[in-house]
Design a protein around this ligand. Structure first.
Ligand code: ZN
Ligand code: ZN
Length: 329
């Protein structure tokens, strides 16, 4: 797969834009953030391949996060490209005022209910203000959904909805075959944030574990993530991340056993220590995702903004869903 590696100091590390080209037929999967440096990197990458922004016919976005969608609007303005993203994320890529307001309000409500102190909330807001410029211009979006087939850049992409990290996150299976683009559904180094990265997602951990199961079941030979290098054992990586979440669930229970009842900010402090920048929402969001999952499983209960252990000796192996050996067919 042909990828252009893009800088990104703000979020999970360097981003990938993938180039699908068949003569004049040119498509990008993700675009990187809208900074001058990244714009130059992407433009130079296309130039090396004999293209410019104006030649792009289609832009396929894995999800709304700005490190994936940032330059889409600008490239669309230069090329009249069609921009595809899942319907759940489309209003945010279009920067629809109501959708943006609703997201910000929901984040404020969550930060309050998670017990995030005022000074940490103020620090988060100043970080978000300082990085607002990387969002770029709005794009006109053609919404897609699970199962949508796209014929772009000489390839056939099948959309596989993979919510959790973001409501509209999608993987794209390439030519009905053994490889896929996965955005931030699984990453080679980090565990994608769940709970804070998109506060619109209901029951985020459960959705994400189902997504990991989907990826494992499809048993790809290789996948192409939104950050860093390709993953040659996607099924193994999905299982490793699921195991990691199981360990984290056990750690959350241990915090409640030793320090509970506690709100997500307190649980987060025991898990992750001091937080800064975007982690001020990612840390307690992740703690919340686990506490919410445990609440639905009847292992903890919520009292006001605090969570209390109901079953100190909970059997985590019984927590649904679990990942079995993935085998396609
Ligand atoms: Zn993301
Ligand atoms: Zn990302």
């Amino acid at each position: 797969m042909d990828r252009i590696t893009l800088g990104n100091d703000e979020f999970e590390g360097r981003n990938n834009a993938y180039v699908l080209a068949d003569g004049d037929d040119l498509a990008l999967v993700d675009t990187g953030i809208a900074t001058a440096d990244v714009r130059d990197e992407l433009r130079e990458g296309l130039t090396e391949r004999g293209y410019e922004f104006a030649d792009v016919d289609d832009i396929v976005l894995t999800h709304f996060h700005v490190d994936h969608s940032g330059l889409a609007g600008e490239i669309q303005a230069a090329s009249d490209a069609t921009v595809y993203v899942h319907g759940a994320d489309a209003p945010l890529v279009e920067q629809d005022a109501d959708a943006v307001d609703a997201l910000e309000q929901r984040r404020r409500e969550y930060l309050d209910s998670w017990g995030v102190p005022d000074d940490a909330q103020a620090e988060l807001l100043s970080f978000l203000d300082a990085t607002a410029h990387i969002e770029g211009d709005p794009a006109d979006v053609t919404p897609i959904e699970d199962g949508t087939t796209l014929e772009v850049g000489g390839r056939r992409l099948e959309t596989v909805h993979a919510p959790g990290h973001a409501a509209g996150l999608c993987c794209f299976e390439i030519d009905g075959g053994d490889e896929a683009f996965v955005g931030d559904a699984i990453l080679p180094v980090y565990t994608p944030n769940v709970g804070g990265a998109d506060v619109r997602v209901e029951r985020p951990l459960e959705k994400y574990l189902t997504t990991l199961e989907t990826i494992a079941e499809r048993d790809y030979d290789r996948v192409w993530p939104g950050h860093r290098d390709p993953i040659d054992d996607p099924t193994g990586r999905a299982r490793t991340i699921a195991d990691h979440h199981r360990d984290r669930t056990a750690n959350v229970l241990a915090v409640l056993r030793n320090h509970g009842p506690a709100d997500p900010w307190t649980v987060s402090a025991h898990l992750f220590g001091d937080l800064e920048g975007i982690h001020i929402v990612h840390g307690p969001g992740e703690a919340y995702a686990h506490l919410d999952h445990l609440r639905h499983e009847g292992i903890v209960e919520r009292e006001g903004d605090e969570y209390r252990l109901l079953e100190p000796e909970a059997d985590l192996d019984g927590l649904a869903p679990t990942i079995d050996a993935g085998c396609r067919g």
